[in-house]
Ligand binder design. Structure first.
Ligand SMILES: Cc1ncc(COP(=O)(O)O)c(C=O)c1O
Length: 427
């Protein structure tokens, strides 16, 4: 059987039917900001493989780090053993994140790092004898991953609650964060959150939130004042705050971590995606001494331990990726991308079909007034030489920080042209 036919017949892809109508694009190789497709066609990747490939593909420094680590050991169990790549990575992560974070748990994906964060929060209370705290306060339009705990804190409508009705843990949801990033702040934006906290605080173990940008739940960019207010209220009600920086971490919003926009710090922090520069799956959950002391009260320990915990190969690549990032003018680059996205994607506002254009850091979103049609848009984008994968009514890009102004213009022009064609031809 031809390989693509085999893929179509047997291999499941994300959120896709087992018998897909459209063909997958086969990628032969990737380099810089380009994906090389089966046909030999090179397209600019606007997605950075879902936020992760911040330095571009096939990066000499990351390749070298992987080869060097491979020649030593690719993997070793983390129970009773430890290794330098993990220690070095922990040192760097604890140094570049908020000062109060002192402990780190490595896991193999963003969703699992969220599971670990939820376990930390629940065990913190349960170990100290507070068994009423069995719920998480999450936000509408939030997204935190696809495992069961993570799904239970995703948006109850656009998330996967309806597919798992009666199975998912029932949590409490507050209205999505408001207002937009630069909009004037009014205290009433916090009312719904405050009300939920006041009513349910005795059963809430933690609040979970994506700081500043809600990603896969709707690509919403909200005010740092809201985040400040959430921190203040969590402190008032003695509730732990989990910040999910899996998408926003490592410079994506123009700050190394998005919570820096609000000058706050979390009690528990999740990072993943760009941690290895998008080379392989690795994530981490960081927390404070206070949380770990609570978890371990009465002789308990945190109940988690994946087989590939702190995989040395992934840690070595993460170390090289962080070195590359921190020694680069990443902030200048991200701010230049932001400026260019504001100007060039901003042109889309002239189109009738466009509801809103939203930009922060190296994230650009064109929200349409109607849902997008992937089967229609994918070939249109490919014919413009770009890889862009919309969802809901959202056409969005989060380019690699190393993208040139010319390559970025190619992406934004493709988006404008495609949106204009949808409008003009009423597709
Ligand atoms: C904010 C956020 N949290 C969690 C996840 C889940 O991460 P993973 O897909 O690595 O499990 C994602 C992935 O898109 C995410 O954007």
């Amino acid at each position: 059987m031809e390989v693509k036919a085999f893929d179509k017949a047997h291999i499941l892809h994300p959120y896709a039917p087992s018998q897909p109508l459209a063909d997958m694009q086969m990628v032969k190789s990737a380099s810089g900001v380009y994906l090389e497709l089966e046909s030999g066609k090179r397209v600019i990747d606007g997605m950075s493989s879902w936020w992760s490939v911040i330095h571009g593909y096939n990066v000499p420094e990351l390749n070298a780090a992987a080869s060097e680590q491979l020649s030593k050991m690719s993997h070793v169990m983390f129970g009773g053993l430890t290794h330098e790549p993990a220690i070095k990575l922990a040192q760097t992560l604890l140094k570049i994140t908020a000062e109060n974070l002192e402990h780190i748990f490595f896991s193999d994906s963003g969703s699992v790092s969220v599971e670990v964060a939820l376990k930390m929060a629940f065990q913190y209370h349960h170990s100290q004898g507070n068994r009423e705290k069995t719920k998480i306060l999450a936000f509408e339009k939030g997204y935190h991953g696809d495992t069961f705990g993570a799904m239970s804190v995703c948006d109850p409508v656009t998330g996967m609650h309806s597919a798992f009705e009666g199975i998912l843990h029932k949590n409490i949801f507050a209205a999505a964060p408001q207002p937009a990033f630069d909009a004037p702040w009014e205290e009433h934006y916090l009312d719904d959150f405050k009300r939920k906290l006041e009513t349910h605080y005795s059963e809430i173990a933690a609040v979970i939130l994506e700081p500043i940008v809600q990603g896969a739940g709707g690509m919403r960019i909200y005010s740092p004042e809201f985040l400040k207010g959430v921190r203040r209220l969590c402190d008032r009600y003695d509730i732990l705050l989990i910040l999910d920086e899996i998408a926003t971490g490592f410079g994506r919003t123009g700050k190394l971590f998005a919570y820096e926009h609000a000058g706050i710090s979390p009690d528990i922090l999740c990072v993943g995606k760009a941690l290895t520069g998008g080379y392989m799956s690795l994530a981490a959950t960081l927390t404070t001494k206070k949380v770990m002391q609570g978890v371990e009260h009465g002789g308990n320990v945190l109940m988690h331990g994946p087989t590939f915990m702190a995989n040395p190969l992934a840690c070595a690549v993460a170390n090289a990726s962080l070195k590359l990032l921190l020694e680069s003018p990443w902030q200048e680059r991200v701010m230049m991308i932001e400026q260019q996205l504001k100007e060039e994607l901003g042109r889309c506002r002239d189109l009738e079909i466009v509801e809103e254009v939203r930009v922060i850091g190296a994230i650009g979103v064109v929200a349409l007034k109607k849902p997008t049609d992937l089967a229609l848009l994918t070939p249109m984008f490919l014919s413009h030489g770009v890889w862009v994968r919309p969802f809901l009514n959202l056409i969005y890009i989060m380019p690699q920080y190393v993208i040139t102004a010319k390559e970025l213009s190619h992406l934004t022009t493709a988006i404008y042209d495609v949106v204009a064609a949808i409008e003009f031809e009423n597709l």
